[in-house]
Design a protein around this ligand. Structure first.
Ligand SMILES: NC(=[NH2+])NCCC[C@H](N)C(=O)O
Ligand SMILES: [Mn+2]
Ligand SMILES: [Mn+2]
Length: 308
């Protein structure tokens, strides 16, 4: 990829579920060397430090949703931060749990609208995160970002989504845990979604390339949201919502390398890392290495697959 201005944004969001620890994510990425990994690739890297949520009333324990006020406040802050960062470079949001993507995706979509370009979203996740506050069983808002950014109803109290992502502009890869209400809703949409079986049978490279061709043909902006639990828990144990049978490290790198080859990436979320659950930092390191692959790291400069 050509040299970019990369803006690292710490988003220590921990309100999207009950188990805490994702607030340590940004510092784990820093400790694992994210900034150096990217500057070694020739990028200009700025670290904005960690954000704080907008002012909000404290959450009570009433109601089925966990910490809605705090998550709404993060959504305000992150939407605005994403809009501004997109004007200057390629933001990497260092999470933080997946509820941060309510804001980051809404913000990058607002920026794309000012350019008159369509926004696309690649969601690499074991889960579809397509709930609304009305359909969620757990009350955990990290299960709702794709519901929010597509403009589903039921997000009273949240900022209005100014530029909802069209369903057909979204591709989810890695699925292996989808709640019944999410499945029923997803099946009614034009969202592209691929479960682990499709990765096994078709391959992550072909699934992803087909989507990226659509993005390229539309001259789209591409936001990638990488949930740690896309990966198999053996490769990436530091996440609260482990689901066995996930992507391998190699499948993760292949996806990131293909994203880099496409030249389409305009923003990236690294979400759900819970350093409290890690083993000597190895999950943080895997995520840093994946981000580096997405930003141009490769074993050889020249593609090695073109042997005849
Ligand atoms: N971003 C995540 N890890 N989401 C997990 C969501 C799990 C489950 N579907 C729920 O809504 O509670
Ligand atoms: Mn997720
Ligand atoms: Mn997940």
């Amino acid at each position: 990829m050509p040299r970019k201005t990369v803006i690292l944004i710490g988003a220590p969001v921990d309100s999207g579920k009950r188990r805490t620890g994702c607030l340590m994510g940004p510092d784990a990425y820093r400790t694992a060397g994210l900034a150096n990994a990217l500057s070694d690739l020739g990028h200009k890297v700025e670290d904005m430090g960690n954000l704080t949520p907008a002012a909000h009333q404290p959450d009570t324990n009433e109601g089925k949703l966990h910490a809605p006020n705090e998550t709404i406040a993060w959504t305000h802050r992150l939407t605005r931060t994403a809009e501004l960062a997109m004007q200057r470079g390629l933001p990497i949001f260092m999470g933080g749990d997946h509820s941060l993507s309510l804001g980051t995706v809404a913000g990058v979509a607002n920026h794309a609208a000012t350019l008159g370009r369509p926004q696309f979203v690649l969601w690499l996740d074991a889960h579809s995160d397509f709930h609304t506050p009305e359909t969620t069983d757990s009350g955990n808002l990290h299960g709702t970002p794709l519901g929010y950014v597509t403009g589903r109803e039921g997000f009273g109290g949240f900022p209005k989504v100014e530029n909802p992502i069209p369903q057909e502009n979204i591709c989810i890869i890695g699925l292996r845990s989808v709640d019944a209400a999410e499945r029923a809703a997803l099946e009614e949409t034009d969202i592209r979604y691929h479960d682990m079986r499709e990765i096994d049978e078709i391959g992550v490279g072909r699934l992803l390339s087909a989507f990226l061709e659509v993005v390229a043909a539309a001259n789209g902006m591409l936001h990638v949201s990488l949930d740690v639990d896309f990966l198999d828990p053996m490769a990436a144990p530091a996440v609260g919502t482990t689901v066995p049978g996930g992507a391998t490290i190699r499948e993760g790198h292949l996806a990131m390398e293909i994203i880099n080859d496409s030249g389409l990436l305009t923003s990236l979320d690294l979400v759900e890392l819970n350093p409290f659950l890690d083993e000597r930092g190895r999950t943080a390191q895997v995520m840093v290495d994946l981000a580096a692959s997405a930003m141009g790291r490769r074993v050889f400069d020249r593609p090695t697959r073109a042997h005849s």
